[in-house]
Write a protein that binds this ligand. Structure first.
Ligand code: PMP
Length: 428
């Protein structure tokens, strides 16, 4: 098949007729499919039911040190849960606080605390004229929603396969004291599935921020979420790199077991320097007497150690891998060589990023919706939901069954073709 841009007007018109016919047929199937959010499928959750059995009325609810998890106490997480998460992240348990059921909540509170009370003695952000965050794009919509809610100005930084454009990051962070943070998903980034290179991590650690209260928001949500045992991406540990570079306090690292056990019922954690954690704990003591230690204990008893958790992730991979590959296959066989879109092929995480021709993403998403396939809203991967090129679409293959996914992706490529032909005809 020729690239669409090399087709004559007549050829495009013929193609358009054919595609529209296919679309009407697809619509008649009355599909009801959802590829919009990175949710585990029911089959993944079913696989977790033993997790609910590790603690029951006959269990002993004591930590190794003898603390009763059924009662108040231990605000910063039971030691064995802090060690478990520390081992997963490759940091000491001393650098970890285990919180409640979701990491997004910790991120929100971290921004809110900085706004209201400031960061380690610096002026609260709400008293400043301007606060800015750097946002590698495309990125995670819920990160951008937090900074938008607090009126923080978001600056787009282009992503590459190695991570954010570090020349731009260094220039902005090192010269502008209003830049207080950067959102990062360093492993299997949402939505491209890129993992930051060692050089990128080292350049992050070596930043010389103009603002003392600048922090890297290192959301390691997909730290052990590999699709392949034999080809896993690797990521340097930012906490020790920052220490080595003389910037121990510059990073907050977040993670959770939302896509390890149950989303919304997992455990979430923050890893950072002792100075950062001590500062944060002063506020935590007012906010809570402690989080859900029973769930922390359940996680520890179920996985035993980090190796247990990583081995468990391969069971998720066995369910997720064929879904990702089914999408890759349809994209490859239907779109390769047509010059109307490009996409990523991640080795982990929950998403695939698709770039359509400029000005086409919104129309593609609309067209899919009209025929019963819901995708993440076009623009959602950019701050303020504004994709300057209107080209990026996030595909989330985890939730549908493989059969549904094949149908949804077939419809998606059909819509990509239709909208691209429309664009080329307009320009012809
Ligand atoms: N960070 C990223 C990058 C995510 O993709 C997600 C889930 N889609 C989250 C955080 C949410 O994590 P949690 O359930 O721990 O709030």
């Amino acid at each position: 098949m020729k690239a669409y841009k090399d087709l004559s007007k007549e050829e495009l018109l013929t193609l358009q007729k054919q595609l529209n016919k296919e679309y009407e047929e697809a619509k008649a199937k009355e599909l009801k499919l959802d590829m919009s959010r990175g949710k585990p499928a029911a089959s993944q959750l079913d696989m977790e039911m033993d997790f609910m059995n590790v603690l029951n009325a006959d269990s002993i609810f004591k930590t190794e040190a003898g603390v009763d998890c059924r009662n108040y106490g231990i605000m910063d997480g039971i030691p064995e849960a802090r060690k478990l998460i520390g081992d997963v992240l490759g940091v000491s348990a001393d650098n970890v606080i285990v919180f409640g059921n979701a990491s997004l909540n910790i991120m929100y509170d971290t921004v809110a605390r900085s706004e209201i009370f400031g960061v380690m003695g610096e002026t609260p952000w709400c008293k400043l004229d301007k606060v800015k965050f750097l946002c590698p794009v495309p990125g995670y919509d819920r990160h951008f929603a937090i900074t938008e809610q607090f009126g923080i100005e978001m600056i787009n930084v282009p992503m590459t396969e190695d991570g954010p454009d570090m020349d731009m990051v260094e220039e902005l962070v090192n010269t502008d004291p209003a830049v207080k943070g950067i959102w990062c998903v360093p492993k299997y980034s949402n939505p491209q599935g890129y993992t930051y290179s060692d050089e990128t991590v080292k350049r992050f650690a070596a930043l010389k921020p103009a603002a003392k209260d600048f922090r890297i928001y290192w959301d390691n949500a997909y730290v052990i979420h590999d699709l392949y045992e034999e080809k896993k991406d690797t990521l340097l540990d930012i906490i020790s790199e920052c220490e080595k570079a003389g910037n121990p306090d510059m990073v907050y690292e977040f993670c959770s077991t939302s896509k390890v056990t149950f989303p919304g019922s997992g455990i979430a954690a923050l890893a950072a320097s002792k100075a950062n954690l001590d500062f944060i704990k002063k506020f935590m003591t007012i906010q809570t007497i402690g989080y859900d230690k029973v769930n922390q204990l359940r996680h520890v008893r179920y996985f035993k150690d980090a190796e247990g958790m990583k081995a468990h992730m391969m069971k998720h991979a066995a369910i997720l891998r064929p879904k990702f590959e089914a999408v890759f296959h349809v994209l490859e066989s239907e779109l390769n060589g047509l010059g109307i879109g490009s996409w990523t092929e991640p080795k982990g995480g929950y998403f695939i990023s698709f770039d359509a021709l400029e000005g086409c993403a919104k129309k593609i998403v609309e067209k899919c919706k009209e025929a019963g396939v819901v995708l993440t809203g076009a623009g959602a991967t950019y701050p303020y939901k504004k994709d300057p090129k209107d080209s990026n679409i996030r595909l989330a293959p985890s939730f549908p069954t493989p059969e549904e996914l094949a149908m949804a992706t077939d419809l998606f490529v059909l819509c990509v073709k239709i909208v691209s032909v429309e664009k080329l005809l307009k320009e012809a």
